[in-house]
Design a protein around this ligand. Structure first.
Ligand SMILES: [Zn+2]
Length: 107
């Protein structure tokens, strides 16, 4: 239960804080951009089975692959446009959240 709570708190609540720190004047725009990073989980749809509690997303799903993660990290530093940079920050935070879940599950 704690694992699920932490996982979804990171995906929905902690990004509230990140959005507020990143852009207090355009908080909702920042929050929606961070929320949109959940779209990378669309790659679960072409996995069989779609959901497997004993599988770690990292390194398995397309948008959770090592190459994708490197692109997200580089994007945080290379993009100058603040909203694209924030999107990359959100993707990295998404990966960190999934990583915590994998470590917690021991998979
Ligand atoms: Zn994910």
């Amino acid at each position: 239960m704690w694992q699920t709570l932490v996982h979804y708190s990171n995906h929905f609540l902690v990004i509230f804080f990140i959005a507020w720190v990143y852009s207090p004047t355009q908080f909702w725009k920042a929050y929606l951009i961070l929320l949109s990073t959940m779209l990378v989980d669309i790659d679960h749809l072409w996995a069989v089975p779609v959901f497997d509690p004993d599988r770690c997303s990292l390194g398995f799903h397309t948008f959770h692959s090592e190459i994708a993660i490197v692109i997200y990290v580089l994007g945080m530093f290379l993009f100058k446009q603040q909203w694209i940079k924030l999107f990359c920050i959100g993707l990295v935070f998404h990966i960190i959240t999934d990583c915590i879940d994998c470590l917690w599950s021991g998979v």
